[in-house]
Write a protein that binds this ligand. Structure first.
Ligand code: IPE
Ligand code: IPE
Ligand code: MG
Length: 260
């Protein structure tokens, strides 16, 4: 049992164990999405270059991914690079791509060990060739894994995703395969990068920013939002547990009324 295995890695009578005990294993969010923010500020606070913040953030990625596996979360979607992030200095973009390449190469054995299936959301064709090939290779190697699905949002923009979906639907209409009058929400869903993935139950954004920054705009219509002041490189499983505890106290109504 995934849940049971936690007992080996969390010391009893620690703050982590106390939080974990408050989580209802029957109501774990199926899909958690994370806007990993605050790497630059973490580095600036230490007089370090921004890349050091991204490097430290990669450790949080590992911890939160592993914790997701152990909690029994089925889908974890991490916002790693937005379409708008190309506006950053070229050196930072290069550093981020280098870190990403290193991650998909060096961590592939760990992903395989935990039976994690990697997927990417975004316009991968606009990445440089080297990065794209390595990402696609890791996706391919892990495609038959049956555990956690780890979605990395890469060159992702919620609006660009909708544009891509509209173009695909437009082509089908022009080709006579689809009647515009018959287009429904399921048709749109099918053409998103997230086709086949259930909508996020919980969104976590770190670093005290309260915005979506173009993330999963269509998919988060009924997602529960959790904002943490902690900078991403400092975000640890105790913070994740707190987010899940908070989530479990929410009453999700989806526009209906409270259940009697
Ligand atoms: C998030 O940290 C990582 C990426 C967007 C790639 P930032 O780099 O945005 O850090 P801040 O927001 O400047 O502190
Ligand atoms: C959102 O963070 C994108 C990622 C985490 C990859 P940003 O730092 O780019 O967002 P803004 O600019 O603060 O909205
Ligand atoms: Mg930021």
């Amino acid at each position: 049992m995934i849940w049971k295995s936690f007992e080996n890695i969390i010391e009893p009578h620690t703050p982590e164990a106390e939080r974990l005990a408050r989580i209802d294993p029957e109501r774990i969010p199926r899909h958690v999405a994370v806007i990993m923010d605050g790497n630059g500020r973490w580095a600036a606070a230490r007089d370090l270059p921004r890349i050091e913040g991204h490097r430290a953030g990669a450790e949080s990625v590992k911890e939160i991914t592993e914790t997701s596996v152990r909690l029994g979360v089925r889908y974890l979607t991490l916002y790693a690079f937005s379409v708008e992030n190309w506006k950053r200095p070229q050196t930072e973009v290069n550093d981020l791509m280098r870190l990403l390449r290193r991650y998909v190469q060096e961590d592939l054995p760990t992903l395989m060990k935990h039976k994690i299936r990697l997927q990417a959301l975004g316009r991968l064709n606009e990445l440089d060739y080297k990065t794209r090939v390595l990402v696609e290779k890791a996706i391919h190697s892990s495609r038959d894994n049956t555990g956690l699905q780890l979605n990395i949002a890469l060159n992702y923009s919620g609006r660009a995703e909708l544009v891509d979906a509209m173009r695909a639907l437009g082509r089908q209409c022009a080709g006579g395969e689809l009647n515009p009058q018959m287009i429904d929400e399921a048709d749109i869903d099918r053409h998103l990068y997230t086709a086949g993935i259930p909508e996020p139950d919980l969104l976590i954004r770190t670093s005290g920013e309260y915005r979506l920054s173009n993330f999963l705009l269509w998919q988060m219509a009924y997602t529960e939002f959790y904002f943490s002041p902690v900078l991403w490189p400092d975000f640890r499983k105790i913070h994740y547990f707190e987010a899940v505890i908070d989530f479990q106290q929410r009453e999700r109504r989806f526009g209906g009324v409270k259940k009697a």
